[in-house]
Design a protein around this ligand. Structure first.
Ligand SMILES: [Zn+2]
Length: 89
């Protein structure tokens, strides 16, 4: 039993590289699949969308990138209205 454990620990390098390669391929496949799915919905990971209204970059005139979010020109307009509102209105 102990010998089996040792054998697993000292799995030969060729086998290790093979396993690593298989894992890498699986990750690549998953990424491809995710990209395909996103693309069918019109959203790719490279194509950002407004974090406020959810519209894609191609649905609005401008999309402003923040640190971890995006805001479109329409939401900026709305925000401006809210901020410009008189407090005693
Ligand atoms: Zn928006």
């Amino acid at each position: 039993m102990a010998l089996d454990a040792i054998r697993i620990l000292v799995m030969d390098e060729e086998e290790y590289i093979k396993a690593q390669k298989e894992l890498q391929e699986a990750v690549d496949d998953l990424r491809k699949l995710r990209n395909q799915r996103s693309r069918s919905k019109g959203i790719t990971p490279e194509a950002p969308f407004c974090s406020f209204c959810g519209k894609g970059h191609n649905e609005v005139k401008k999309l402003l990138a923040g640190k971890e979010a995006y805001i479109c020109n329409e939401c900026v307009e709305l925000a401006k209205e809210v901020f410009d509102e008189e407090p005693n209105g």
